[in-house]
Design a protein around this ligand. Structure first.
Ligand SMILES: [Ca+2]
Length: 362
């Protein structure tokens, strides 16, 4: 072998070793997961699904940089609180019919990640729950969310678990409270355990009613906590499928969402519905602002690129469509949910049209 070729071989060999070393280091570094879930959010409230009014630049960017599932559906519900089966499916990976009764199950109380790590497959469904799986994989697990309406025995297995019902305009009782918990967690992890991979379950209580938005954002959408007598011209237009009442008895006429939403009650006049849409958009915009803060913090600590980000909602909502307000119906606005995923290896700007069920989110 000529000297020149031998030199080339060494050079190639050295480069390969370097590449393999880089690859090994990459493989060792586990990806982080940021799972964002909002409450009662129709996909039609987002630009990625055709909305032209609600301002959500951070969620828009996730869609532009990842994949948007255009036909993601919940499986339905066996209680009017549709959140319960949806969120239990996410926590356990079970189908709708195998979540029946779980939140009330007389299973043992597991109170810590250490106990989660001691679980065995016979302890299902806790053993296969989201926090238990990630705890066993060596992840830090973090959750902030509204209390209850999920599977409590799984919720309490997160290493860091914060719960508060945040549906008000004040920062310490609104979406910023959840955003602050997420940012504090990232700062703590970065200073104390910078090599630890993490799972973040970032749950916002909005845009579930009561939709108390911040005054400065209300202004943009012509919204107020009390609906005006006549429509505010700055309020969003009525949905194209608006009806002043549902055309036939649907079995949930007296349901809570149809008669007792603060600021709406049983009213379906234009001023009320347009005002409530404005309130809904104001709450969604505030959620988007908090998501932007968390993404910025991820970027600052150098973890944004190594984090898979999921954005979804636990169910859709009507807010005036078909004469309805709630989620207890099978119209697209109520049983369809947003689902956007971004991360390394995922093509950017993809819109997937195939049907997926909510349980596919996990
Ligand atoms: Ca919900």
């Amino acid at each position: 072998m000529k000297i020149n070729n031998l030199f080339k071989l060494f050079l190639i060999g050295g480069t390969l070793v370097t590449l393999i070393q880089c690859q090994s280091e990459k493989e060792i570094k586990k990806p982080n997961i940021l799972f964002i879930i909002t409450d009662d959010q129709s996909p039609y409230s987002l630009k990625a699904y055709g909305n032209k009014i609600c301002h959500t630049p951070n969620i828009d960017r996730l869609a532009e940089e990842g994949i948007t599932f255009m036909s993601s559906y919940i499986m339905g519900s066996w209680v009017s609180a549709v959140c319960v089966p949806s969120r239990t499916q996410i926590m356990t990976g079970r189908s709708l019919w195998r979540t029946v009764g779980l939140p009330q199950a007389k299973s043992p109380d597991y109170n810590s990640p250490e106990e989660a790590n001691a679980l065995t497959p016979t302890d299902a469904p806790e053993y296969y729950s989201m926090p238990a799986v990630f705890n066993r994989a060596g992840y830090l697990t973090f959750r902030t969310c509204k209390p209850s309406t999920s599977y409590d025995n799984a919720d309490k297995l997160f290493t860091y678990n914060y719960e508060k019902w945040c549906v008000y305009s004040e920062d310490d009782r609104g979406s910023k409270w959840h955003g602050d918990r997420a940012i504090e967690f990232l700062e703590m992890r970065n200073s104390q355990m910078p090599d630890q991979p993490f799972l973040m379950y970032l749950g916002f209580s909005h845009p579930h009613d009561p939709r108390h938005g911040k005054e400065e954002i209300y202004e943009k959408y012509g919204a107020s906590d009390e609906p005006p007598e006549i429509p505010n011209p700055k309020a969003p237009p009525l949905p194209v499928n608006y009806l002043p009442e549902h055309p036939f008895k649907h079995g949930n006429d007296d349901g809570r969402d149809e008669t007792r939403v603060q600021g709406v009650m049983a009213n379906r006049d234009e001023a009320t519905i347009r005002n409530e849409l404005g309130r809904q958009y104001a709450c969604i915009e505030n959620v988007d602002i908090q998501i932007g803060r968390v993404l910025k913090k991820l970027d600052e600590i150098g973890e944004l690129e190594n984090t898979y980000i999921f954005f979804t909602g636990d169910n859709g909502i009507a807010v005036g469509s078909h004469g309805l307000m709630g989620k207890q119906n099978l119209y697209e606005h109520s049983w369809r949910v947003p689902l956007i995923v971004k991360g390394q290896g995922i093509d950017t700007g993809v819109r997937a049209t195939g049907n997926v069920y909510f349980s596919d989110n996990v």
